[in-house]
Design a protein around this ligand. Structure first.
Ligand code: PBG
Length: 300
C-alpha cells in the first residue's frame, strides 16, 4: 500500500572531477564525497552504472581561472576530457555536465563582472560556448546552473547551430540563493570573492517568481526543469509538478547532505532511515528525478 518508492532509476549522482592521476581526494565538508582525477572518475562511474543509476552530473574543478572563465570553453578542459573518458568506457551511462562560470572565474561569480555587477548578456554567450564544448565532447545533457536570464534560449540555438540537436538541456530553473550550497562551494572552491549571488539567484521568499522562472525556461527550450534546493522547497516541487508537463528534477544539495552526515557522525540520528525518508519526501512532492550525493550510497 506504499504509494511512493524511490528506486535507483530515479537518481542521479553528482561527481567532482579534477586534474591528476590516481587522485581520490576527500571533500572535508561532504564526508564520503571526493574530488576525483579522470581515471578515478571512470571507476566511480562504473559503480554508478552497475548500481543501475542512469546518470551522473559532472562538476569540473579547473586549475586555470581568469576574469572571463575562459577555461570553460577550452576543448581540452577538465570537463570535456572527463566526458570523453566516461563515454568511451561506459557509453550507456548518461552524462550530464554543469554549465556555469563560477568554477572557472578568478572572482567565483557565475558570470563576467562589469562595474562590480554580473553582466547578464555578456555571460550567456560564454555559457553557450561552454555548453557546445561539453556537448561536442559527448555530454548527453547540459545543465546550466548560472541563473542568467535568456541563457536557455542562447544555449539551445548555439547547440542547434553546431548540429548538436539531440543534446538535452536540464535547466536549473528555480534555483534559490541558498545557504545550503556552503559545502559545495568548499568542494569546488567556487565561493564568490565579493558580494553574494542574489543578483541572479532567486530570493528564498519568492514562490511565484520561481514559477515564472520555470515557465520562462520551458518557453526558451528547456527539456528538463529543476527546483533547487529540494528540502526547504518541497512546496515548489509540488506546485511545479501540477503546473508544468515537462520532466521535473530536484537537487538534494550539498548542505542537505552535510547536515545528515554531521548528525549521523555524532550518533544523533539514523543515517540510512533519514536518507530514505528525505528522498521519499522529494519524490512524493513530485520530482521525476533526484540529484543527490546520497544516490550511490542509497542504492548499494
Ligand atoms: C554553480 C553551482 C552551485 C551548485 C551547483 N552548481 C553552487 C552555487 O550556485 O553557489 C550547488 C550544488 C550543491 O550545493 O550541492 N553555480
Amino acid at each position: 500500500m506504499r504509494q511512493c518508492h524511490v528506486s535507483s532509476a530515479d537518481l542521479i549522482q553528482p561527481l567532482f572531477v579534477r586534474e591528476g592521476e590516481g587522485v581520490k581526494e576527500p571533500i572535508e565538508a561532504m564526508p564520503g564525497q571526493y574530488r576525483l582525477s579522470i581515471d578515478e572518475l571512470v571507476k566511480m562511474c562504473r559503480k554508478v552504472y552497475q548500481a543501475r543509476i542512469p546518470a551522473v552530473l559532472l562538476f569540473g574543478i579547473s586549475e586555470t581561472r581568469d576574469a572571463n572563465g575562459s577555461a570553460s570553453w577550452a576543448e581540452d578542459g577538465i570537463v570535456p576530457r572527463a566526458v570523453r573518458a566516461v563515454k568511451k568506457e561506459i557509453p550507456d551511462l548518461a552524462v550530464m555536465t554543469d554549465v556555469c562560470l563560477c568554477g572557472y572565474t578568478d572572482h567565483g561569480h557565475c558570470g563576467v563582472i562589469l562595474d562590480g555587477r554580473v553582466d547578464n548578456d555578456a555571460t550567456i554567450e560564454l555559457l553557450a560556448r561552454q555548453a557546445v564544448n561539453h556537448a561536442r565532447a559527448g555530454a548527453d545533457i547540459v545543465a546550466p546552473s548560472d541563473m542568467m536570464d535568456g541563457r536557455v534560449a542562447a544555449i539551445r540555438s548555439a547547440l542547434d547551430e553546431a548540429d548538436l540537436t539531440d543534446t538535452v538541456i536540464m535547466s536549473y530553473a528555480a534555483k534559490f540563493a541558498s545557504a545550503f550550497y556552503g559545502p559545495f562551494r568548499h568542494a569546488a572552491d567556487s565561493a564568490p570573492a565579493f558580494g553574494d549571488r542574489y543578483q541572479y539567484q532567486l530570493d528564498p521568499a519568492n514562490a511565484r517568481e520561481a514559477l515564472r522562472e520555470i515557465e520562462l525556461d520551458i518557453a526558451e527550450g528547456a527539456d528538463i526543469v529543476m527546483v533547487k534546493p529540494a528540502l526547504a522547497y518541497l512546496d515548489l516541487i509540488s506546485e511545479a509538478r501540477k503546473r508544468f508537463d515537462v520532466p521535473l528534477a530536484a537537487y538534494n544539495v550539498s548542505g542537505e547532505y552535510a547536515m545528515i552526515k554531521a548528525a549521523a557522525q555524532q550518533g544523533w540520528l539514523d543515517e540510512s532511515a533519514a536518507v530514505t525518508e528525505m528522498l521519499t519526501a522529494i519524490k512524493r512532492a513530485g520530482a521525476d528525478m533526484i540529484l543527490s550525493y546520497f544516490s550511490l550510497q542509497y542504492v548499494v
